[in-house]
Ligand binder design. Sequence first.
Ligand SMILES: C[S@@+](CC[C@H](N)C(=O)[O-])C[C@H]1O[C@@H](n2cnc3c(N)ncnc32)[C@H](O)[C@@H]1O
Length: 317
Amino acid sequence: MQYSHTAVMSEEVIHYLKPKSGGKFIDCTLGGGGHSSAILERISPTGELLSIDLDSTAITAAKEQTKKYKNKIFVQDSFKNIKKIAHVHKFNKINGILFDLGLSSGQLQDHSRGFSFLSQGNLDMRFGTSSSEGEEPILTAETILNSYSQQQLHEIFKKFGEEKLAQPISKKIIEFRKQHLISSPEELVEIITEVYKKYYKGKSKINPATKVFQALRIAVNDELESLAKALPDALNLLSKGGRIVVISYHSLEDKIVKEFFKLESRDCICDPQNPTCQCKHKKTLKIVTKKPIMATDQEVAENPRSRSAKLRVAERV
Ligand SMILES: C[S@@+](CC[C@H](N)C(=O)[O-])C[C@H]1O[C@@H](n2cnc3c(N)ncnc32)[C@H](O)[C@@H]1O
Protein backbone atom coordinates (compact mmCIF):
# COMPACT_ATOMS: atom_id res chain seq x y z
CA MET A 1 0.00 0.00 0.00
CA GLN A 2 1.44 3.36 -1.12
CA TYR A 3 1.73 5.83 1.80
CA SER A 4 0.93 9.40 0.84
CA HIS A 5 0.24 12.54 2.81
CA THR A 6 0.24 16.22 1.86
CA ALA A 7 1.61 18.35 4.69
CA VAL A 8 -0.96 20.88 5.93
CA MET A 9 -0.12 24.62 6.15
CA SER A 10 3.52 23.95 5.34
CA GLU A 11 4.28 27.59 4.52
CA GLU A 12 2.68 28.78 7.75
CA VAL A 13 4.57 26.15 9.77
CA ILE A 14 7.88 27.38 8.35
CA HIS A 15 6.90 31.03 8.77
CA TYR A 16 6.18 30.58 12.49
CA LEU A 17 8.75 27.93 13.38
CA LYS A 18 11.49 30.02 11.70
CA PRO A 19 13.98 27.20 11.07
CA LYS A 20 17.43 28.63 10.27
CA SER A 21 20.72 27.10 9.23
CA GLY A 22 22.31 25.31 12.20
CA GLY A 23 19.04 25.17 14.21
CA LYS A 24 17.91 22.25 16.34
CA PHE A 25 14.27 21.16 15.94
CA ILE A 26 11.87 18.39 16.92
CA ASP A 27 8.96 17.20 14.75
CA CYS A 28 6.72 15.19 17.07
CA THR A 29 4.50 13.85 14.26
CA LEU A 30 6.71 12.86 11.36
CA GLY A 31 3.97 11.30 9.17
CA GLY A 32 5.08 11.23 5.53
CA GLY A 33 7.89 13.68 6.33
CA GLY A 34 6.50 16.76 4.54
CA HIS A 35 7.08 19.19 7.42
CA SER A 36 10.32 17.45 8.42
CA SER A 37 11.65 17.89 4.87
CA ALA A 38 10.79 21.59 4.87
CA ILE A 39 12.60 22.02 8.20
CA LEU A 40 15.63 20.00 7.05
CA GLU A 41 15.90 22.10 3.91
CA ARG A 42 16.33 25.22 6.03
CA ILE A 43 18.54 23.96 8.88
CA SER A 44 20.95 21.87 6.77
CA PRO A 45 23.76 21.06 6.67
CA THR A 46 24.74 21.96 10.24
CA GLY A 47 21.33 21.89 11.98
CA GLU A 48 19.73 18.78 13.48
CA LEU A 49 16.22 17.36 13.40
CA LEU A 50 14.70 14.75 15.68
CA SER A 51 11.40 13.36 14.36
CA ILE A 52 9.00 11.02 16.12
CA ASP A 53 6.10 8.86 14.99
CA LEU A 54 4.34 5.84 16.43
CA ASP A 55 3.82 4.42 12.96
CA SER A 56 6.63 2.42 11.35
CA THR A 57 4.96 2.84 7.92
CA ALA A 58 5.22 6.62 8.30
CA ILE A 59 8.88 6.37 9.29
CA THR A 60 9.67 4.25 6.21
CA ALA A 61 7.88 6.74 3.93
CA ALA A 62 9.56 9.73 5.58
CA LYS A 63 13.02 8.14 5.30
CA GLU A 64 12.50 7.95 1.55
CA GLN A 65 11.19 11.53 1.40
CA THR A 66 14.19 12.92 3.32
CA LYS A 67 16.90 10.59 2.03
CA LYS A 68 19.19 13.40 0.87
CA TYR A 69 19.60 14.67 4.45
CA LYS A 70 21.96 13.02 6.94
CA ASN A 71 21.36 15.35 9.89
CA LYS A 72 18.19 13.68 11.16
CA ILE A 73 17.15 11.10 13.74
CA PHE A 74 13.83 9.26 13.40
CA VAL A 75 12.37 7.55 16.47
CA GLN A 76 9.38 5.21 16.56
CA ASP A 77 7.63 6.05 19.80
CA SER A 78 4.85 8.19 21.24
CA PHE A 79 5.47 11.89 21.66
CA LYS A 80 4.11 11.53 25.17
CA ASN A 81 7.66 10.25 25.90
CA ILE A 82 9.26 13.38 24.41
CA LYS A 83 11.22 14.14 27.58
CA LYS A 84 12.94 10.75 27.60
CA ILE A 85 13.45 10.68 23.80
CA ALA A 86 15.01 14.16 23.76
CA HIS A 87 17.26 13.26 26.67
CA VAL A 88 18.51 10.06 25.01
CA HIS A 89 19.33 11.94 21.79
CA LYS A 90 20.72 15.04 23.57
CA PHE A 91 18.07 17.36 22.13
CA ASN A 92 17.93 19.95 24.88
CA LYS A 93 17.70 23.70 24.32
CA ILE A 94 16.03 23.38 20.96
CA ASN A 95 14.87 26.18 18.64
CA GLY A 96 11.45 24.82 17.85
CA ILE A 97 9.03 21.94 18.15
CA LEU A 98 6.11 20.95 15.93
CA PHE A 99 2.98 18.88 16.55
CA ASP A 100 0.74 18.14 13.53
CA LEU A 101 -1.84 16.04 15.34
CA GLY A 102 -4.15 13.21 14.42
CA LEU A 103 -3.78 10.77 11.59
CA SER A 104 -2.31 11.03 8.12
CA SER A 105 -3.99 10.41 4.77
CA GLY A 106 -1.69 7.40 4.40
CA GLN A 107 -3.17 5.84 7.54
CA LEU A 108 -6.75 6.73 6.61
CA GLN A 109 -6.40 5.29 3.14
CA ASP A 110 -4.92 2.01 4.32
CA HIS A 111 -8.22 0.19 4.77
CA SER A 112 -6.61 -2.72 6.60
CA ARG A 113 -6.10 -0.42 9.60
CA GLY A 114 -9.77 0.37 10.22
CA PHE A 115 -9.55 4.17 10.57
CA SER A 116 -12.10 4.81 7.84
CA PHE A 117 -15.77 3.86 7.82
CA LEU A 118 -15.05 2.67 4.27
CA SER A 119 -12.52 0.17 5.60
CA GLN A 120 -12.99 -3.49 4.99
CA GLY A 121 -10.27 -4.77 7.30
CA ASN A 122 -9.94 -5.00 11.06
CA LEU A 123 -11.30 -2.54 13.55
CA ASP A 124 -7.79 -1.77 14.73
CA MET A 125 -7.21 2.03 14.66
CA ARG A 126 -3.81 2.05 16.38
CA PHE A 127 -1.34 4.65 15.08
CA GLY A 128 1.49 2.29 15.89
CA THR A 129 1.26 -1.46 15.92
CA SER A 130 4.39 -1.73 18.01
CA SER A 131 6.17 0.75 20.22
CA SER A 132 9.58 0.93 21.79
CA GLU A 133 7.91 0.64 25.18
CA GLY A 134 6.45 -2.77 24.42
CA GLU A 135 4.88 -2.95 27.88
CA GLU A 136 1.46 -1.41 27.38
CA PRO A 137 -1.37 -3.87 26.73
CA ILE A 138 -2.69 -3.79 23.16
CA LEU A 139 -5.93 -1.82 22.84
CA THR A 140 -7.80 -1.76 19.54
CA ALA A 141 -11.20 -0.39 18.52
CA GLU A 142 -12.43 -3.98 18.34
CA THR A 143 -11.44 -4.59 21.98
CA ILE A 144 -13.29 -1.46 23.08
CA LEU A 145 -16.42 -2.28 21.08
CA ASN A 146 -16.61 -5.87 22.27
CA SER A 147 -15.61 -5.57 25.91
CA TYR A 148 -16.53 -2.13 27.26
CA SER A 149 -19.80 -1.60 29.13
CA GLN A 150 -22.65 0.42 27.64
CA GLN A 151 -21.78 3.26 30.01
CA GLN A 152 -18.11 3.25 28.96
CA LEU A 153 -19.03 3.22 25.25
CA HIS A 154 -21.52 6.04 25.81
CA GLU A 155 -18.83 8.13 27.53
CA ILE A 156 -16.29 7.56 24.74
CA PHE A 157 -18.76 8.47 21.96
CA LYS A 158 -19.98 11.53 23.84
CA LYS A 159 -16.65 12.83 25.14
CA PHE A 160 -14.38 12.11 22.18
CA GLY A 161 -16.92 12.25 19.35
CA GLU A 162 -19.43 14.75 20.73
CA GLU A 163 -21.95 12.28 19.31
CA LYS A 164 -25.54 13.28 20.13
CA LEU A 165 -26.79 9.71 19.69
CA ALA A 166 -24.11 8.23 21.97
CA GLN A 167 -26.73 6.65 24.22
CA PRO A 168 -28.81 4.77 21.60
CA ILE A 169 -25.69 3.79 19.64
CA SER A 170 -24.01 2.28 22.70
CA LYS A 171 -27.26 0.48 23.56
CA LYS A 172 -27.50 -0.95 20.05
CA ILE A 173 -23.89 -2.16 20.21
CA ILE A 174 -24.60 -4.08 23.43
CA GLU A 175 -27.71 -5.65 21.81
CA PHE A 176 -25.69 -6.61 18.72
CA ARG A 177 -22.98 -8.15 20.92
CA LYS A 178 -25.51 -10.58 22.40
CA GLN A 179 -25.72 -12.22 18.94
CA HIS A 180 -22.09 -11.97 17.91
CA LEU A 181 -19.00 -9.81 18.30
CA ILE A 182 -18.43 -6.75 16.12
CA SER A 183 -15.54 -7.61 13.87
CA SER A 184 -15.55 -5.20 10.94
CA PRO A 185 -15.97 -1.48 10.19
CA GLU A 186 -18.93 -2.41 7.97
CA GLU A 187 -20.80 -3.98 10.90
CA LEU A 188 -20.19 -0.91 13.05
CA VAL A 189 -21.33 1.42 10.25
CA GLU A 190 -24.51 -0.66 9.86
CA ILE A 191 -25.32 -0.38 13.57
CA ILE A 192 -24.79 3.40 13.58
CA THR A 193 -26.74 3.92 10.35
CA GLU A 194 -29.71 1.99 11.78
CA VAL A 195 -29.76 4.18 14.89
CA TYR A 196 -29.49 7.34 12.79
CA LYS A 197 -32.37 6.23 10.55
CA LYS A 198 -34.56 5.86 13.62
CA TYR A 199 -33.76 9.32 15.04
CA TYR A 200 -33.12 11.42 11.94
CA LYS A 201 -35.47 11.38 9.01
CA GLY A 202 -33.43 13.83 6.93
CA LYS A 203 -30.03 13.12 5.38
CA SER A 204 -27.04 14.16 7.48
CA LYS A 205 -24.25 16.17 5.77
CA ILE A 206 -21.51 13.89 7.04
CA ASN A 207 -21.49 10.10 7.19
CA PRO A 208 -23.34 9.18 10.42
CA ALA A 209 -20.39 7.00 11.47
CA THR A 210 -17.85 9.89 11.39
CA LYS A 211 -18.08 10.88 15.05
CA VAL A 212 -18.05 7.36 16.47
CA PHE A 213 -14.99 6.50 14.36
CA GLN A 214 -13.23 9.66 15.56
CA ALA A 215 -14.12 8.85 19.18
CA LEU A 216 -12.80 5.30 18.94
CA ARG A 217 -9.54 6.47 17.34
CA ILE A 218 -9.00 9.04 20.10
CA ALA A 219 -9.68 6.44 22.80
CA VAL A 220 -7.49 3.74 21.23
CA ASN A 221 -4.52 6.08 20.90
CA ASP A 222 -5.11 7.97 24.14
CA GLU A 223 -4.72 11.09 22.02
CA LEU A 224 -5.85 13.78 24.42
CA GLU A 225 -3.86 12.48 27.39
CA SER A 226 -0.74 12.11 25.22
CA LEU A 227 -1.04 15.71 24.05
CA ALA A 228 -1.68 17.04 27.56
CA LYS A 229 1.39 15.16 28.82
CA ALA A 230 3.65 16.17 25.93
CA LEU A 231 3.00 19.94 25.91
CA PRO A 232 4.69 20.83 29.24
CA ASP A 233 7.62 18.53 28.46
CA ALA A 234 7.98 20.11 25.01
CA LEU A 235 7.97 23.58 26.55
CA ASN A 236 10.81 22.62 28.90
CA LEU A 237 12.98 21.63 25.93
CA LEU A 238 12.74 25.03 24.24
CA SER A 239 15.53 27.57 24.51
CA LYS A 240 14.58 31.24 25.01
CA GLY A 241 12.86 32.51 21.85
CA GLY A 242 12.19 28.92 20.72
CA ARG A 243 8.73 28.26 19.34
CA ILE A 244 6.08 25.61 19.74
CA VAL A 245 3.74 25.16 16.78
CA VAL A 246 0.66 22.95 17.04
CA ILE A 247 -1.82 22.03 14.31
CA SER A 248 -5.00 20.41 15.61
CA TYR A 249 -7.97 19.03 13.71
CA HIS A 250 -10.82 19.01 16.21
CA SER A 251 -12.04 21.20 19.04
CA LEU A 252 -11.01 18.80 21.82
CA GLU A 253 -7.34 18.98 20.84
CA ASP A 254 -7.47 22.68 20.11
CA LYS A 255 -8.94 23.38 23.55
CA ILE A 256 -6.04 21.59 25.26
CA VAL A 257 -3.49 23.62 23.26
CA LYS A 258 -5.31 26.92 23.75
CA GLU A 259 -5.68 26.44 27.51
CA PHE A 260 -2.09 25.28 27.93
CA PHE A 261 -0.76 28.35 26.08
CA LYS A 262 -3.05 30.61 28.09
CA LEU A 263 -1.96 29.14 31.42
CA GLU A 264 1.73 29.31 30.58
CA SER A 265 1.50 32.90 29.40
CA ARG A 266 0.34 34.11 32.84
CA ASP A 267 2.45 35.01 35.85
CA CYS A 268 -0.09 33.96 38.44
CA ILE A 269 -2.54 31.10 38.01
CA CYS A 270 -4.18 31.34 41.44
CA ASP A 271 -7.94 31.46 41.82
CA PRO A 272 -8.89 35.12 41.12
CA GLN A 273 -10.71 35.11 44.51
CA ASN A 274 -7.35 34.76 46.31
CA PRO A 275 -6.30 38.15 47.69
CA THR A 276 -2.59 37.33 47.25
CA CYS A 277 -0.70 35.04 44.92
CA GLN A 278 0.07 31.62 46.41
CA CYS A 279 1.23 29.82 43.29
CA LYS A 280 4.39 31.79 42.45
CA HIS A 281 3.86 30.68 38.85
CA LYS A 282 5.99 32.57 36.33
CA LYS A 283 5.01 32.93 32.71
CA THR A 284 7.03 30.72 30.37
CA LEU A 285 5.33 31.44 27.05
CA LYS A 286 4.28 34.39 24.93
CA ILE A 287 1.29 33.64 22.70
CA VAL A 288 2.19 34.50 19.09
CA THR A 289 -1.15 33.72 17.44
CA LYS A 290 -3.99 35.33 19.41
CA LYS A 291 -6.46 33.52 17.13
CA PRO A 292 -5.72 30.20 15.43
CA ILE A 293 -4.38 30.36 11.88
CA MET A 294 -6.52 28.54 9.31
CA ALA A 295 -5.59 27.19 5.89
CA THR A 296 -6.17 29.51 2.93
CA ASP A 297 -9.17 28.90 0.64
CA GLN A 298 -6.75 27.78 -2.03
CA GLU A 299 -5.17 25.16 0.24
CA VAL A 300 -8.59 23.89 1.34
CA ALA A 301 -9.61 23.55 -2.31
CA GLU A 302 -6.42 21.63 -3.09
CA ASN A 303 -6.32 19.59 0.12
CA PRO A 304 -9.76 19.30 1.80
CA ARG A 305 -8.09 17.70 4.85
CA SER A 306 -6.77 21.16 5.77
CA ARG A 307 -10.31 22.52 6.23
CA SER A 308 -10.50 21.75 9.94
CA ALA A 309 -6.85 22.54 10.75
CA LYS A 310 -6.10 25.18 13.39
CA LEU A 311 -2.52 26.30 13.92
CA ARG A 312 -1.41 27.90 17.19
CA VAL A 313 2.02 29.23 18.06
CA ALA A 314 3.72 30.27 21.31
CA GLU A 315 7.26 31.39 22.08
CA ARG A 316 9.43 30.55 25.07
CA VAL A 317 10.25 33.63 27.14
C1 LIG B 1 -1.19 14.55 10.47
S1 LIG B 1 0.01 13.32 10.46
C2 LIG B 1 1.53 14.21 10.35
C3 LIG B 1 1.91 14.55 8.96
C4 LIG B 1 3.26 15.21 8.85
N1 LIG B 1 3.32 16.47 9.50
C5 LIG B 1 3.70 15.36 7.41
O1 LIG B 1 4.13 16.44 7.01
O2 LIG B 1 3.59 14.38 6.65
C6 LIG B 1 0.04 12.82 12.13
C7 LIG B 1 1.07 11.76 12.46
O3 LIG B 1 1.24 11.76 13.87
C8 LIG B 1 1.40 10.45 14.32
N2 LIG B 1 1.02 10.42 15.72
C9 LIG B 1 -0.21 10.65 16.26
N3 LIG B 1 -0.15 10.58 17.60
C10 LIG B 1 1.14 10.33 17.91
C11 LIG B 1 1.83 10.17 19.14
N4 LIG B 1 1.21 10.23 20.33
N5 LIG B 1 3.15 9.95 19.09
C12 LIG B 1 3.80 9.88 17.91
N6 LIG B 1 3.21 10.01 16.71
C13 LIG B 1 1.89 10.24 16.72
C14 LIG B 1 0.51 9.61 13.42
O4 LIG B 1 0.96 8.29 13.39
C15 LIG B 1 0.67 10.35 12.07
O5 LIG B 1 1.69 9.76 11.32
